[in-house]
Write a protein that binds this ligand. Structure first.
Ligand SMILES: [Zn+2]
Length: 143
C-alpha cells in the first residue's frame, strides 16, 4: 500500500457522499490514487458537476474530517448487504463484501485501505473538476 492511500481513500469517500447527497443521480464510477498525495474520483451523472462550487465542497469535506469520526471496516456476506448497496461492479464470485463505514456519515463497499479516524486525513484540497466524457466528471484532489 502506498503511504497515503488510506488518507486519500477515506477523503474520497467523504467527497463522494457530499456530491451524492447534492446530486440525485451522481454515482462514483472509479477512484484513482496514482501519485503520493493526489487522487481523483469520477462520477457519472446527467448534471453538470462543473457547476458545483469547489470551495464549498472542500469546506464541507474538511468539516467532516474535523469531526474526528471513527472509520469501521467490516466483512459481510454478499446476501446481507446486496439490498443496501449497488454491488453490480463486484463480480458474483465475491461472496464477502467489505463495507467501510464513516460513523454516522457514509457506508459503501470498498476493499482498499482506509484510515481508522477521519482526523488522520489532514487537510483535503480539491484542485479541479472537469468533464471527461458524456455524463462523466472527474474531481482531482490532494492531501
Ligand atoms: Zn475506499
Amino acid at each position: 500500500m502506498k503511504p497515503n492511500e488510506g488518507r486519500l481513500q477515506t477523503g474520497e469517500h467523504i467527497l463522494a457522499r457530499i456530491i451524492e447527497n447534492k446530486i440525485n443521480d451522481a454515482k462514483v464510477v472509479i477512484a484513482r490514487f496514482g501519485k503520493e498525495n493526489e487522487g481523483s474520483v469520477d462520477f457519472s451523472t446527467s448534471a453538470d458537476l462543473r457547476t458545483l462550487n469547489l470551495e464549498e465542497l472542500e469546506r464541507e469535506t474538511n468539516e467532516i474530517i474535523k469531526k474526528e469520526l471513527p472509520v469501521y471496516k467490516k466483512l459481510f456476506k454478499r446476501e446481507e448487504v446486496e439490498r443496501d448497496f449497488d454491488l453490480s461492479k463486484i463480480p458474483l464470485s465475491v461472496n464477502e463484501i467489505r463495507i467501510v463505514e464513516i460513523e454516522g456519515f457514509d457506508k459503501r463497499p470498498c476493499r482498499d485501505p482506509h484510515v481508522d479516524n477521519t482526523m488522520e486525513i489532514g487537510y483535503f484540497k480539491i484542485t479541479k473538476a472537469e468533464r471527461v466524457g458524456k455524463d462523466r466528471y472527474r474531481f482531482l484532489f490532494k492531501i
